[in-house]
Write a protein of this length. Sequence first.
Length: 264
Amino acid sequence: MQKALVPALVVLLVVIFGFAAFFLSSGPTSAAAGEESPDDCAVEKYEMGLKWQQQSAEARALQAQTYDFATEQLDSAVADVGEGENPAIITDLDETVIDNSKLLARDLAECHDYSTWDTWGDWERNGEPTLIPGALEFFEHADELGVDIFYISDRTDENKAATLDTLKALELPQVTEESVKLLGPPKEERRAAVEADHTVLMQLGDTLHDFDGAFADAPLKKQRQLVEKNQDKFGTEWIMLPNPTYGDWSEADLEEWKAPLVTD
């Protein structure tokens, strides 16, 4: 009986060690454990636009150029203000006046989709945004001209105190409880409240619904049609700042050249 058991025990030990070796070798390797596959980090698609916005010299040049042009247009508009009129300008905040790209970069590094906006509240309370090039000089100039400034943003009203502190720390002019109008009523209603007792000379933004409620929730084809319809307002009444980091267009399909791919 003992002799008969020896071969069986050998087979059993081989099977046990075989399974142990299999499970150890099939566990995560150091490379697999420390790296994400492309499927695990779908938000990498945002990276090029974010790099352009935060790091490119072209972005800074275009932002400064836009504010220089806006200054010229504002001077012209103020010169035409009639007696008794109350001139004002309306501006968006995020990616128009202030740069939040560090938040987006942090979320991207953590493979978190920042377009869900679930990290925005913490940024409003504790983040340290910087100014878009040319913004401070433009708004200081508007203030010197006697133009009322209204900051209309979809930052949350529950964090309004923190946003006011942020804007004051950046030394932007005319930052008050009344001049900063945050998310609650739609932007269209907040703009209308300003227009009720002011002559709005100019609006500044980085997305089309910063200018007109007709753009809000409109499909891209309709937005392009509205741009053509309002073409005479861009560069005069409406001043657009670049923002390739988020927007309705981010899920659009690209039109491709149908020719076969040929490499040199």
